[in-house]
Design a binder for this molecule. Sequence first.
Ligand SMILES: Nc1ncnc2c1ncn2[C@@H]1O[C@H](COP(=O)(O)OP(=O)(O)OP(=O)(O)O)[C@@H](O)[C@H]1O
Length: 317
Amino acid sequence: MRKIQIIVNNGAGTGQAHRVWNETQYLLRGYKIKYAAYMTKYRGHATKLAERISSMKGEEPVYLLVVGGDGTINEVLNGITDFEKVRLGVIPTGSGNDFGRNLNLPKTPKESLKEICACIKKDQRGEELLRIDLGQVSWEGCKKARIFGISSGLGLDALVCKKALHSRLKQVLNRFHLGKLTYLALTVQSLFTMETANGKVITEHGGFILPRMIFAAAMNLPAEGGGVPMAPHASPQDGRLSLSSAAGIAKWQTFFLLPFLVAAKQERINGFNIRDEKAFRLILDKPMVLHADGEYCANVTRVEFRCLEKKLWLLHE
Ligand SMILES: Nc1ncnc2c1ncn2[C@@H]1O[C@H](COP(=O)(O)OP(=O)(O)OP(=O)(O)O)[C@@H](O)[C@H]1O
């Protein structure tokens, strides 16, 4: 068996990453597991590392672990060159950790490693591992489609992610483990300042219109933004994405309706809509911000979201 390959973002989360990584190394040594670790040095580095790791020669599986947050996982997914060969394990250290939360992954390094090791043994015995769907988003002028594990969205949620990336408030609140408050403050501020757009959605089963669209998020997993259940019934094993949208509602009304979204009761509300399809094409009359797993992509008017069925082998149950 090859050494386990580990990509670590020591800067992820609320200052916990370093501690989690130290504990993980201690456990790995204790279990006498052979590994090679790579620390990310800059934004985008995890993609390059994953490219190199997944292109290793030979037929043997590559056991790749990520110690980091959702942004680092997204970078890794976008670097994997051979999804058939790679089996991915995650030890979450981010502030949002939606990937781990949605998939019910263990929360401590000890529990994570126990599960990961059990899955490696299973794989070595030739037993089938858990395999999940991923999403893929492309837009006008993009050089390469971007893969996402959790979600990719247009409008309000994307704007909030973009602002949070450079937010001083997030850095300050993170120190007090209150990073989520940043998202709340930015959501309220962005809702009232953002411009809506008129959208047209095209799917293989027909199209629909999203007038004065506030957001449209293609969900592979149910929740994003630190646990907001945008599509409570989304499943990464059904070969479909769930497009969760809010449109045709006044902004002030949306403000009062957001608690329904947080409580996963949005389907009762006129203007909130969830639809499951293999793929969605969206055409907007004005550019809107687009994100993939919380990472800013571009300002766009034409987008295509597609489900990549059973794309990723996981070292989790
Ligand atoms: N060494 C580094 N220097 C600067 N940025 C980095 C470095 N390593 C990774 N990054 C970037 O930091 C961003 C945040 O990392 P990550 O997602 O792991 O943590 P997080 O934001 O705390 O977690 P979450 O997304 O779960 O809230 C990612 O977009 C990644 O590209």
